[in-house]
Design a protein around this ligand. Structure first.
Ligand code: 2HA
Ligand code: ZN
Length: 271
């Protein structure tokens, strides 16, 4: 029997992940096996479920003390988001970190190898747990065409430039992504260099763009990470539509952007 058949709280969380996986595919952000999702589910498993025998054990490239003994749902390597949407437990796995934080067990439902980005995701969960506390449970990575296109321009790789531009396209972006976007220069997918640069950027942002690769968002709920990326993508589309129509969009003025801060209780922008 699948673990989600006996645990309706876990089943509800996995259903949310499946729903968002479907959105990533429908948006055209998840070609083939593009993208990956991990969610900390430690609070959702019973003691007996958390102690299920290891189906397989694997070592991690570095010790992650803040998530030792934690449990995660992670999408599988080589798995397609459109398949995660339909059959999440056949395209993802529940893993448990060892008390040492140096290895993990795959415990349910079957041996599905976690995403190639697992060491990066876990390093981010470890960082978030240590720095932000227990509520930031989700890491979602995907390949939004419009946002990736913008990372191909040197001007947008300068700190703050793309974040300000995307904010200035519609008021919602400033409100829904109040900490703006971080930019990480190109690194090999799945590498620790990419993970380390991303963790640095997460100190100031909830959404990070990886040059010529994709987007990564962290949050409390998987739907919240989707909403942030979706809103940024909307801004990118408005910018690109205006450029395709032959003009540079005016963008919201500094005053218009600053007017949102007290109304929506937003953190002010720091250059
Ligand atoms: O999981 O998107 O970055 C496939 C990827 C790697
Ligand atoms: Zn990717």
């Amino acid at each position: 029997m699948s673990i989600v058949e006996s645990n309706c709280t876990l089943a509800a969380r996995v259903a949310e992940i499946a729903e968002v996986a479907g959105y990533l595919w429908e948006r055209g952000w998840a070609e083939r096996n593009g993208g990956n999702i991990s969610v900390n589910v430690t609070d959702l498993l019973t003691r007996e479920e958390a102690e299920l025998p290891a189906l397989e054990t694997r070592h991690l490239p570095r010790r992650l003390p803040a998530v030792a003994k934690h449990l995660f749902f992670v999408t599988g390597t080589g798995k397609r988001m459109r398949d995660v949407a339909r059959r999440p437990m056949e395209n993802g796995a529940i893993i448990r970190l060892h008390p040492s934080g140096e290895a993990y067990d795959i415990i349910a439902d079957r041996i599905i190898s976690p995403t190639s980005e697992l060491p990066s995701h876990l390093a981010m969960h470890d960082y978030m747990r240590a720095v932000r506390g227990e509520n930031t449970k989700v890491v979602c990575h995907t390949h939004p065409t419009d946002l990736i296109a913008l990372t191909h321009h040197a001007r947008f790789l300068q700190p703050g430039v793309l974040g300000q531009l995307l904010w200035s396209m519609i008021p919602e972006t400033r409100i829904i992504v109040p900490r703006g976007v971080g930019i990480v220069p190109y690194e090999i997918p799945g590498s620790l260099a990419l993970a380390n640069a991303t963790i640095k950027a997460l100190a100031d942002h909830d959404v990070i763009l990886w040059e010529k690769h994709g987007c990564l968002a962290v949050g409390e709920e998987v739907i919240e990470t989707f909403d942030m990326i979706d809103t940024l993508s909307k801004s990118a589309q408005i910018y690109l539509c205006a450029r395709a129509a032959g003009f540079e969009p005016a963008g919201m003025s500094k005053e218009q952007l600053e007017g949102l801060v007290p109304v929506f209780h937003l953190p002010p922008w720091q250059d």
